[in-house]
Ligand binder design. Sequence first.
Ligand code: TXA
Ligand code: MG
Length: 350
Amino acid sequence: MKTKMVKIDESSIDFHVIEHAGEILRAGGLVAFPTETVYGLGADALNATAAGRIYQAKGRPSDNPLIVHIHSMGQLEKITAHVPQKARLLADAFWPGPLTMIFPKNGLVPYETTGGLDTVAVRMPKNKIALALIKAGGGYIAAPSANASGRPSPTLAMHVYEDMQGKIPLILDGGEVKVGLESTIVDFTEPVPLILRPGFLTLEKIRSVIGDAALDPGVIKAGSEKRPKAPGMKYRHYAPKADLVIVEGEFSIVAAKIRELTKKSVAEGKKVGVIATRETIGYYEQGLVLSIGERQEEETIAHNLYKILRQFDESDVDIIYSESFQALPMGEAIMNRLWKAAGHQVIKAK
Ligand code: TXA
Ligand code: MG
């Protein structure tokens, strides 16, 4: 199959392109499209065969459920059995946006979409291309991140092309995504709303609207004994070609430790990569040093995380040392991705 990549501008959408993409979706095909978080790989969520094609294209385990994307609030009732009041409050506050909520599903949603579960994850994305496509494609679009299973989520159409070339007919290229990190997932089938995946929307912001909410202990930090509730969170997700080692500790001594480690690795004949920040980039003297963003503006770090991991994969470094970011409000979400990519290799700077 030949994969076509078509440019589309969010500020002046070409509806011929959307109509064509919608036709592919309504016929059970796959279309990759931008959302504000990451690129998604869409299929008709109410069509079991179409949903099945997503698993095939991604090489995704069939027990890993998909998020159903909608374009208007009134659609929520159509696919769920029960929506608690607190979920409506969250939707009012953050939809369209990087929030996914889980509810008991109804009979309209096939088990192929929910990975065999009786619950369904729903999100209304904040990207005009995505919203128009969902509408044109039948209203309910299942879409995981558009990477091949085990690769970093795509933040550019070219990332999708790298992973999906020959496997899907169409990629809508809406440029680089705004956020760069996946949505926060809140499970409303628990007595206390439970965050199954930390994301761009922080726990504080969620608590400011609904009061009580907890973070799934299964997604907190390395070596946690508890199994995460979201099936997708148990996978390593992404292993860079090079070894990735995270250096934790007080900010001021982390950079010195990374310099020392880099020097040692270089002396051993290794090619070294460093994940630095704008604040520290000038401090490193050896290795391929890339800035992930600014600590003062943590959105920039979320934005560049996946892109930088793909960049290191293209270079031929043997080992990557990374600064750590748990002190930031979005730290839980950023570190969750980095820890997984590092296979939990962490060094404490003292
Ligand atoms: O920002 C996002 O959420 C992006 C864009 C494209 O919308 N989508 C995304 O989908 O990140 P995906 O498939 O890469 O991640 C979905 C996660 C997986 O960890 C999956 O296991 C979990 O959501 N999930 C989906 N439905 C679930 C359910 N009913 N119960 C528990 N976990 C669920
Ligand atoms: Mg994903």
